[in-house]
Design a protein around this ligand. Structure first.
Ligand code: NAD
Ligand code: MG
Length: 419
């Protein structure tokens, strides 16, 4: 029986993870979960999965949930007592580092998930990573902590999980983070290139002029995946694919020139690894996050272990065709900015991520146009990106804060220009 800490359990990845856990009650139990705003949903999850520990945003929410669970005759599945209710960043760090936990599913969105991901790394956990922003902003910090403390980062992000599956078994089966950290870069395995696919998002066929007028509703209506709002907007701008290139660079320790993006509207092929001899190994599957989540949760019992996910078998005769095209960096400048940031290295990925988070929040609040997101990120990168990498958590947080403040300024000036 493996114990799971689910950080960001009320979101879209949370839903998929709980679905997989529920299919294997003899294999997994939910030791702890965190939510943020959606307390009603968190209460429902607690009643069904009976975690021992629950984390919410603040003391007020903690009281709400304690009262709700007190009336529900609820006891934790493991402790047999009322669940312990924690709150804030300390609470998240505590459930991530919990000695009882085997796997930490890091599914908080954005920089808010960094501290708990680092806590899980320090505690030597298996980290099932969905929260790509944490890896992008932290430079080499998260990977180094994993190496030092014997933690293991396993990608849930579908493209990275696909790459993981396409890489040689001899490399991925190795113990500890060094397995992933050295495999693709080492000549031994003959990896020539890694390609991440992108659906192209809801604006794949739109002109730039059309995108200027795009509404929030149009931006979050992803053609193939059902996801949280932030990543849906990132998918529409292709910033998501840019963040994913940096995520792949960090996870697999590959140089930027070995990483590529292909637009693939059907979202069936998730990634491809090309080898020296001309072989290309790809991973295919329906666009359903339960597949990569089940792959990771199965893997922890042994590298070749597979468990059911509830996802229907892929029927290629029904899908009939798979299309591929190169991304258009003119219409989707966010991807170009991310590629530049990846090549610059240093503080650039952290700056890119912070400015993007501010700009996406601005767009979701109807405070700017869709095309202003990339414009804002470009301004902030121009002002502060350089090749000196933040070398400590304090330096990362300082870079993040400075980029956010410059992004706020950039957003204000964009607003006044178009008001
Ligand atoms: P979501 O918005 O549906 O859920 C986000 C979760 O984070 C929620 O549980 C929310 O309570 C929590 N959260 C939000 N702000 C918080 C804060 N300040 N402090 C603590 N908790 C907070 O998002 P999602 O789609 O589930 O995505 C989660 C992460 O997984 C993102 O980093 C995303 O890029 C990544 N991801 C998602 C998908 C997908 O299909 N949804 C695929 C690949 C990667
Ligand atoms: Mg992805």
């Amino acid at each position: 029986m493996k114990s799971i800490a689910l950080l960001g359990g009320t979101g879209s990845i949370g839903d998929s993870t709980l679905d997989v856990i529920a299919q294997h009650p003899e294999r997994f139990r939910l030791r702890s979960i965190s939510g943020y705003r959606n307390i009603a949903k968190l209460i429902e999850i607690c009643k069904r999965f009976r975690p021992d520990r629950v984390v919410v945003a603040n003391e007020q929410s903690a009281k709400l949930i304690r009262d709700a669970l007190a009336g529900a005759d609820f006891t934790g599945i493991n402790c047999g007592e009322r669940a312990e209710i924690l709150w804030g960043a300390d609470g998240l760090d505590a459930i991530a580092a919990d000695a009882v936990v085997d796997v930490v599913v890091a599914a908080i969105v954005g920089a808010a998930g960094l501290s708990s991901a680092l806590a899980a790394a320090r505690a030597g956990k298996i980290i099932a990573l969905a929260n790509k922003e944490a890896l992008v902003m932290s430079g080499s910090l998260l990977s180094e902590l994993c190496l030092r403390h014997g933690a293991r980062l396993l990608p849930i992000d579908s493209e990275h999980n696909a790459v993981f599956q396409c890489l040689p078994f001899a490399a991925t089966a190795r113990q500890g983070q060094e397995g992933l950290a050295s495999l693709a870069s080492s000549d031994r395995f003959g990896v020539e290139s890694i390609t991440l696919t992108a659906s192209g998002g809801p604006f794949r066929t739109w002109t730039y002029e059309q995108m200027k007028k795009a509404t929030v509703r149009e931006a979050v209506k992803h053609p193939n995946w059902s996801m949280g709002q932030k990543i849906s907007v990132d998918s529409a701008s292709l910033m998501n694919k840019g963040l994913e290139l940096i995520e792949a660079q960090r996870l697999f320790n590959v140089s930027p020139d070995k990483l590529q993006v292909l637009i693939h509207p059907q979202s069936i092929v998730h990634a491809l690894v090309q080898y020296r001899d001309g072989s290309v190994i790809a991973q295919l599957g329906a666009p359903d996050m339960r597949t990569p989540i089940a792959q990771v949760l199965g893997w922890i019992d042994g590298p070749a272990h597979r468990i059911g996910s509830g996802v229907q078998a892929l029927d290629l005769s029904r899908i009939a065709r798979l299309d591929f095209e190169l991304p258009d960096l003119e219409r989707f400048p966010a991807l170009g900015l991310a590629i530049d940031a990846m090549r610059t290295g240093g503080n650039a990925p952290c700056v890119l991520n912070a400015a993007n988070e501010v700009a996406v929040a601005g767009f979701l609040a109807n405070r700017c146009r869709f095309t202003d997101i990339a414009a804002c990120v470009a301004v902030v990168l121009h002002k502060m990106a350089n090749s000196a990498a933040p070398d400590s958590l304090e330096a990362v947080l300082q870079t993040d804060a400075q980029a956010r403040s410059l992004a706020d300024e950039a957003m204000a000036s964009l607003r006044s220009r178009y008001a």
